[in-house]
Design a binder for this molecule. Sequence first.
Ligand SMILES: [Zn+2]
Length: 380
Amino acid sequence: MSDKLFNVIGGAQNYAWGKHGASSAVAQFAHNNDPSFPIDESKPYAELWMGTHPSVPTYKAVVSTTETGVVTKTKGETLRSIITAKPEENLGSKVIAKFGAKDEIPFLFKVLSIEKVLSIQAHPDKSLGAQLRKADPAHYPDANHKPEMAIAVTDFEAFCGFKPLKQIDHLLQTIPEFRELIGEQIVKEFHDEVQPEKKDDENNKKLLQKVFGKLMRTPEDQIASYAEKLVARTKSQPELFGDVLADLIQRLNVQFPNDIGLFCGCLMLNHCNLKKGEAIFLQARDPHAYISGDIMECMAASDNVIRAGFTPKFKDVEVLVNCLTYSYNDVEQQKLQAAKFSRGSGAANFALYDPPIDEFSVLQISFDGVSELLVMKAQL
Ligand SMILES: [Zn+2]
């Protein structure tokens, strides 16, 4: 194997929201890649990181085969130190010129296994990232943007972007707790003025922002009491909620009782189901949350998160309400279609996940359905 292409050993993270034991794709990937990685059935395995982030190092795997043919892997140098030793050779001058770092690749590649919903969040674009970092460095650890792409490896569900306006209007009209919380005046204004057939319309976006802003600025104790009534309503009148929402609200209420996420997530954002191989790309300043399942995730190197719900962490409500794009779209429109890879040849099948950003694209290579390989590169 050449110097340029080598096995790596990533770092697993045991956050409480991860799937437990061997049911976790993180544990399976880590163990299959490195048989000495132990799987403890009582432990959650949430993330497996592959990249140059210093807090969870990735190592070059030193592969050896014993006389009886058993392959073993041990940790060699870190990926970061290999790159730092010869940045021009390992990153290339174009990547260094474009992204400015000599010790880091511009993306982080992960496996995620989710048992419990992650926080509803949005990420800044580059100019907002720089602004937030300057104004509030305690909450915004870097000045970068954080585009993310999720590719399902099992059935996966997420919240992704605002629902079509017709659906939000219908829920405001029919769910009494949602209507009361937002208030008659804003509900009426939304109903009278919104023009759902108009795509990407500024007035529609302003009306949506009013509803979302009212919700996010409501004091927590009021939210909790509306949420309690909302959950009771899903049991007494589940037919009001359509096929999915009553069950979803009850399920997430077990994880985060009486949380604002029941409103801003379940009632305002698209509930998106992905099958293995399907992908979503999460644009800057669009709200989203991962709910359950296993994915490969690729993201730009950043930790900037603006949270809205399902979290005990800090919510920067004014920044959140003012920064979102308020794009609204059908759930199918949120998916990223894999493209053919023109340079692919031979017996393998290739699928290119190529989001409209510079930091990364992901190439899936499958060999007769037997095994798969995902590789990624910074685009030039
Ligand atoms: Zn995110």
